[in-house]
Design a protein around this ligand. Sequence first.
Ligand code: ZN
Length: 504
Amino acid sequence: MKRRELIRQAVMAAVGASVARAGAPNKRIAFGGIQIECSTYGNILSRMEDFTIRRGQELADYRPFSVTKGYAPPFTPVFLASAVPGGPVERKTYETLKSEFLGRLRDLLPLDGVYLPMHGAMFVEDMLDAEGDWISAVRGVVGERCLISASYDLHGNLSRRVIDNIDMMSAFRTAPHIDREETHKRACDMLVRCLDGGIRPTLVWAPIPVLMPGERSSTEYEPAKRLWGRLPAMNARDGVLDVSLLVGYVWADEPRATASAVVTGTRPVELHRIAAVLAEQYWDARAEFRFGVPTGTMAEVIAKAQSLATRPVVLSDSGDNPTGGGTGDRADALAELLRMNVREAVFAGIADRPATEACYRAGTGSTLALQIGATLDPAASRPVEATVKVVFLARTDRPAGRQAVVSIDGVTLVLTARRRPFHEIKDFTSLGLDPTRFKIVVVKAGYLVPEIAAIANPNLMALTDGAVNQDIEHLASRHRVPSYPFVRDLRWSPTTIVSARSRS
Ligand SMILES: [Zn+2]
């Protein structure tokens, strides 16, 4: 029997055995990593205090990774450092985290497998390709024999260095991301199957010189809906273990910032073909990527909302979206709401620790004059001066968890001590606010996540200024490779690249 057929049968046997607690129990697997999305256009450094670090058992018990408990070989947690997207990671913070991660990994040697759940769009001060640095350092510790499976956000950027140091990859297939746990499972299943079957898979990558913001490439809308919709059928073919398609991250001024098709499996010819086809399909659809909801300036979308009979109209302050890498401290949308004398509006929220603290000092029911906004990046925007009434103060022991609800004329505003998104209804209700009772709800967001989208009647996107400005054609660049839409008449045909791991 041909070697290829033997491999295929081994893979299929492993797949069949993966129903419950699959895999040889004597294999040693570790998992963990670092997840942050960084706009290189933001000026605010992400420091140690911005990361939530789950070590050991806390990571094992962390719900998004509960899948790791479902295999016979134990997945030993190292740590997962994750942060709200932001500006570049401070170099010292990165080096400290990396050195702890590598140290803990060394303590677990020898390892047969490592699962690295990463985001893929981290930017570290004075460093291009931070994930390439992290992942190649992990490879250096675990050695050549160990298999590495990585999972990425759909908005991660790949590089030759990353591809050459991993054996397999899975990326989210939805934006908004509602398949995190499924993606983790794909990455872990694949790792266990390969370890079980003694398989060193082939990894093929096809970079695509197209860069779109997430707001123009949501999988809820065309063309992304059909492009990503094809992946499961491709994944079901013989010799294919995983098919992933990544939008990439446009606010990263790095050579690696592109879209990508990446395919893992045991039949190299088929993998090359799928990667090339996917890349070509994405390229051919490049002019179709559009915003999924109506857009305009903040003044335009406010006026539009006021003209509608429906409620609540949800307005996205997209340029300052903290979950995309925006700073989250800008008050321009508030200035516009006040200038247009808007009534029945709630704005959640502006990150402003001094204003939040002032509200706590003053107490509920008091009236005070505040300067609001532009505290984190004073050079990027201007504050708003207003007299506010303190309506509600969140009860918390943590200074960073403080949130104040204030009212200014017809606008109810949430001030937060820390940068944070308002993505869930409970983010409002925990502050005594029912967003459905307002005419206008303003959130710092790009595309809406499902819970807020469900109440939006309708959603309008304001194309506002900020570190994740949607006017991408005018983003300055020093490192970006020629790509669409920055080079409109670019000529291109797909090239597939095999991981050095698969070649060795
Ligand atoms: Zn993402």
